[in-house]
Design a protein around this ligand. Sequence first.
Ligand SMILES: [Zn+2]
Ligand SMILES: [Zn+2]
Length: 472
Amino acid sequence: MNKPAHPLYEQWQLALPLTPAPSVLYALVPVGVGTPLVECMTSYITRLAGAHCVFPGVLMRKVIAPFAENSLGDGRGAAAMHIRDGKSTGAFNSTQQTASNAVRVLESLTRRGGLRLLTMLTWAKVFPLFGLIRPMRAWCPCCLEEWRLADHMLYEPLLWAIQAVKVCPQHDRLLETHCPMCSKTAPWLAWQSRSGYCPHCQGWLGSSETKQKEHEREGAWLHWCADQVGSLLALAPTTTNAPSRSRIEEGLPAILEQMSQGRKMTFARLVGLSPKMVGDWFYHQQLPSVENLLRVCFAVNLSLQDLLLEKQFVCSLRSKETLPLWESRHRRASRGFWKSEQIRQKLETIALSAQIPPPSLKAVARQLGGDPHSLKTYHPGPSQAISDRYAAYMSAKKLATEQQLCAEVQEAVRQLIEQNIPPTGRNVALVLSKPGILRSSVVREARRSAIRERQNTGNQSKEFPEKAKSIV
Ligand SMILES: [Zn+2]
Ligand SMILES: [Zn+2]
């Protein structure tokens, strides 16, 4: 067969293919979307900063806040992107302008959509702002420990940020809010935040230690709350129509009708709330807080999901024996519980115990459900003993840490001199595991004395005697 004189070749397209512009920040994948343990926005920002090897404070100040100022064109909204002292950073996970600004800015910078699922924006119309997000960070130490051991990504679920959630649904233990090392609380986003670590002392927040369970009835109620909120968060990606305020305005009268035939006083008693508060919901169209809404749902055996997303629902009153002791704490406090001999004995036992680390008075008060001020007023002796023991432990710990850091700096100076490298602050910092320790005046003095010592013993490098003298 004859070959054609002019064979046809495939045509080449020489135009460059269209490639999307690169994102300014890494398009990090959020953890747990569509599950009860979906990540929160502040955790996403913290991980994003970690992926770029900078502190969250630096990322916010140098990249996110300037970008927000240019793109949002709203001075007040953009100013909210600054961390400052961190106290209002819970708003990034919430339902208001700060959260929606953070979503817009981060979606632009990472070119990743769906970041509103890391906030409570889906539920903005049905949950009032008051009492929605915890002002300070909370965590489950068992979850953190498990994730670390399993090499799982360390992050903070949005569930932990919801104030009505008091326990971890996986481990049935109360969420922690105070660092076990320094006893301080932390904001949701601080300059040096790292998931799983305290931003003040950089101590690890995880632990496998399980605590004694709460009262059975109380425990069942707290577990139920965490489950309900978790299920709602898992539903957010598939909820096409976010529930409107009318869901509450129609749902509450329907429950009232089914449970007490419209009698509000009876209804208030059944759910253990004040008649005034219940009256405000019906007469002044106030939205109940998430916690109070959960109380109503729990008392009438109704899931939060059915109340917010289903048009028709059936309730049935839960038996009184299974309801938690909602009012007991108030009664206990009003009957002089804190002045009692029982509390004194507890404090004396704690003061004499050999527990290491010893608890601070704040931690003891928290454990007993009171405040340190009342303990000091009613039981000054044992309270002072607890405070003194804690202070002595903390100062001994501080001294031991300082000694360890000084030894590290002295070793660094020795190594540098042996390698004929001048032991300047900068060079020493390069050798240290944490260069920041040179900020401490005690550690700086240790460096100087190590250099002086080397000079006096004549062991310092011959090449740098003048240099070593000049930098002391
Ligand atoms: Zn847990
Ligand atoms: Zn700490």
